[in-house]
Design a protein around this ligand. Structure first.
Ligand code: GAP
Length: 441
């Protein structure tokens, strides 16, 4: 299956739009339509619940996108957050050097590598470093004294607030701080739809542990994080770990694992799990001049915790969910988005069979009954078959039809999206029937 099919469905059904489309689009930025934002929120809410509600020692934070520029010097992003770039002198295309090497794994000498676009050999420039952070200025004057960066990761906002958070909540190591928010990177080659974009959302959790307990903690988080994807209904055979080799490790990491998903364009990272040691805290001590240690009451001494980071890309997870859900049901000539009912953007559609005989009025009452429990929409346009197929494409797991029998015995039909089975259910039992079906999905 090609990614183009998903791109087209996303536009047609209001999941994802190209940014600034009427102006011809804008550099690898995407906007989320009504179904896309709900699906994205449903995913991030599950993550937030998993982290902060189900772990007594993990708390939330929302730090600013703009922060003191010294933070990015301390973190190493000013000096080391670079991608090596090469240009083709023939057709002027620009590439990330590592991507070209990956495609042409026999040749690492630029002179021998072929430009993937124009096919010329020997015209690629030597790799040059390019910093991925977006720069801006604070205040009316644009000069070097007031530079600020759009954060390229949410993690630093957690590190610089970690002692305030720890003191305010009297937290004891081990504890974690979770944050969901936008991050920005001036990616050279943004591609594969919402997979690699210049503005994206991260869901990051930084777990502060005693030095020496970091390896064990990393292993625990690896297992917890991979099982999280069950809740989203992702096919487990499409998930795997990839360990970073020595030359892949980010400047801050002692050990790093990616969780990869098998997208239509191949296996690619959706989340990183890193042992960042005390690298970031040491750096912030050095650059801020402030102590970043916590106090160990048992040993009566201060120490710098090690940090295990879980860093997931919300937009990439959304793309994984969209790719995994896409199903061309050829037997029934329909397109179905098989979202897990717990994350589907719409849970139920209420359809009166006809627009007369009092059926719309009953439909409205059923809406009132369901709305407090589920995201429910009302549809009385077109034939019932067409209405169902429209909702199959949007991934709505339940269809409720009000027909003439409803007036007689207070029952409706409850249609299940995947197998199109229809059960007769008493209106008073509808909420329970939907809840049961969601639980057993
Ligand atoms: N704080 C660590 C960190 O930022 P990373 O591996 O660079 O680590 C973490 O990024 C996650 O953020 C990735 O696994 C990916 O899901 C997401 N991500 C990174 N760059 C992205 C981009 N340009 N577009 C969309 N998601 C991105």
């Amino acid at each position: 299956m090609s990614i183009d099919k998903i791109v087209s469905l996303c536009k047609r059904r209001g999941f994802v739009f190209q940014s600034s489309e009427i102006y011809g689009g804008f550099g690898a930025i995407y906007d989320y339509g009504p179904l896309g934002i709900t699906l994205k929120n449903n995913i991030s809410q599950l993550w937030w619940r998993d982290m902060t509600q189900l772990h007594e020692n993990i708390v939330g934070l929302d730090s600013g996108i703009l922060m003191h520029p010294k933070i990015w010097e301390a973190s190493g992003h000013v000096g080391a957050f670079n991608d090596p770039l090469v240009d083709c002198k023939e057709c002027k295309s620009r590439y990330r050097a590592d991507d070209l090497v990956e495609k042409d794994n026999k040749n690492t000498e630029w002179i021998k590598i072929q430009c993937p676009k124009c096919g010329t050999t020997g015209k690629l420039t030597e790799p040059r470093q390019f910093n991925l952070m977006f720069k801006t200025n604070i205040g009316p004057v644009e000069d070097d004294s007031n530079i600020a960066f759009l954060r390229p990761e949410t993690a630093q906002g957690i590190y610089v607030n970690y002692l305030l958070t720890q003191n305010a909540l009297r937290l004891k190591v081990p504890f974690g701080i979770a944050q969901i928010g936008k991050a920005f990177r001036n990616e050279i080659v943004a591609r594969n739809f919402i997979f690699r974009t210049r503005e994206f959302e991260q869901m990051e959790m930084q777990y502060f542990v005693k030095p020496g307990e970091d390896d064990k903690s990393l292993n625990e988080w690896k297992q917890k994080r991979i099982s999280f994807y069950d809740q989203l209904g992702l096919n487990s055979s499409k998930l795997r770990f990839h360990e970073h080799g020595k030359n892949e490790l980010a400047h801050y990491a002692k050990e790093a694992w990616d969780i990869e998903f098998e997208f239509p364009f191949g296996w690619s990272e959706i989340e990183g799990i890193h042992n960042r040691t005390d690298f970031d805290l040491v750096q912030h001590e050095k650059f801020s001049g402030k102590k970043m240690e916590v106090f160990d009451q048992q040993k009566n001494e201060r120490f710098l915790p090690y940090i295990i980071e879980t860093s997931a890309g919300l937009n990439r997870i959304l793309l994984a969910v969209l790719s995994d859900a896409y199903w061309e049901d050829k037997d029934n000539d329909r397109l179905v988005m098989k979202f897990h009912p717990k994350i589907a953007p719409v849970t139920a559609v209420v359809c009166p069979l006809v627009k007369k005989d009092g059926l719309p009025e009953i439909g409205r009452k059923v809406m009132d009954l369901l709305k407090p429990h589920f995201i429910t929409i009302y549809d009385q346009q077109g034939s019932i078959g067409k209405r169902y197929y429209r909702q199959d494409e949007a991934g709505t797991p339940f269809g409720i039809t009000i027909d003439h029998q409803t007036g007689e015995d207070n029952s409706v039909t409850l249609r299940h999206r995947d197998n199109q089975q229809q059960d007769r259910v008493d209106i008073d039992q509808l909420v329970k029937a939907i809840n049961d079906s969601m639980e057993n999905y």
